[in-house]
Design a protein around this ligand. Structure first.
Ligand code: ADP
Ligand code: ZN
Length: 224
């Protein structure tokens, strides 16, 4: 039997979505589709799309819808997503994107939309302290007042801020989330798809809360 599980995870920047989504996707045996990761991969490869997108995300602005939609639809059309389903991380993040997703894929675009809820007061210091290894991708947390550039404890590579983790870009991204998420969340709620999960606490606890939220809408999830 072809088993398709379609999950959307929403939440503020710095809520821990990236880590939680990777873990949840592995558990549900579906591809983890992160638009942020897709754009960063395009930028690292130096593609035309990556170049265009980088101008927006470095500034902490949203990439225009037409660039995002093509990328997402193409990714969801791949064999693995067609067979198993997907866990969408970072898309949709505006009402227009949500509507476009359902127009393209139909009412089956999602079984559940989970909001991982972490308040701004918690995510702000996390984002300001977030550092990423340019070589192995490991994420770490800088101590207050620590140097901007450090050495990776795991691989010896160079650890820096993400280009969009400057103070200005962080504030712009969080303001955009607050503006755009309200209408999007109510729209999912009206469709009966929204479940809210408290994202504050031990990562293992948060993982189980997310799993329960998905189970509440998809009782026979294909867990591995
Ligand atoms: P964050 O959610 O912390 O901003 P992501 O890695 O999810 O980080 O996204 C990084 C950047 O990629 C965003 O700031 C934005 O410029 C772009 N991006 C990702 N997803 C979308 C989207 N659905 N619509 C528009 N831009 C997006
Ligand atoms: Zn490293």
């Amino acid at each position: 039997m072809v088993h398709r599980t379609r999950v959307i995870i929403l939440g503020r920047q710095g809520a821990g979505k990236g880590t939680q989504c990777a873990r949840l996707a592995a558990r549900l045996a579906v591809p983890h589709v992160s638009t942020g990761d897709l754009f960063r991969a395009e930028a690292a490869e130096g593609t035309e799309l990556g170049r265009q997108a980088a101008a927006y995300f470095d500034a902490g602005s949203l990439v225009p819808d037409e660039l995002v939609l093509d990328l997402v639809v193409q990714r969801l059309d791949a064999d693995d997503a067609r067979a198993a389903g997907y866990l969408l991380d970072g898309f949709p993040r505006t009402l227009a994107q949500g509507q476009a997703l359902f127009e393209v894929l139909g009412d089956w675009a999602a079984d559940v939309a989970v909001e991982l809820d972490v308040p701004t007061s918690v995510v702000l210091p996390r984002l300001a302290a977030r550092r990423v290894c340019q070589d192995c991708g490991a994420t770490s947390r800088a101590a207050p007042g620590a140097a901007e550039v450090a050495t990776c404890e795991r691989c010896g590579g160079t650890v820096t801020r993400r280009t969009d983790d400057t103070d200005e870009a962080i504030h712009r991204r969080l303001a955009t989330y607050d503006q755009e998420s309200g209408p999007l969340l109510s729209w999912f709620d009206d469709k009966g798809l929204l479940v809210r999960v408290d994202g504050v606490g031990d990562p293992d606890d948060v993982h189980h809360r997310l799993l329960d939220a998905v189970r509440s809408r998809i009782p026979d999830i294909g867990e591995v």
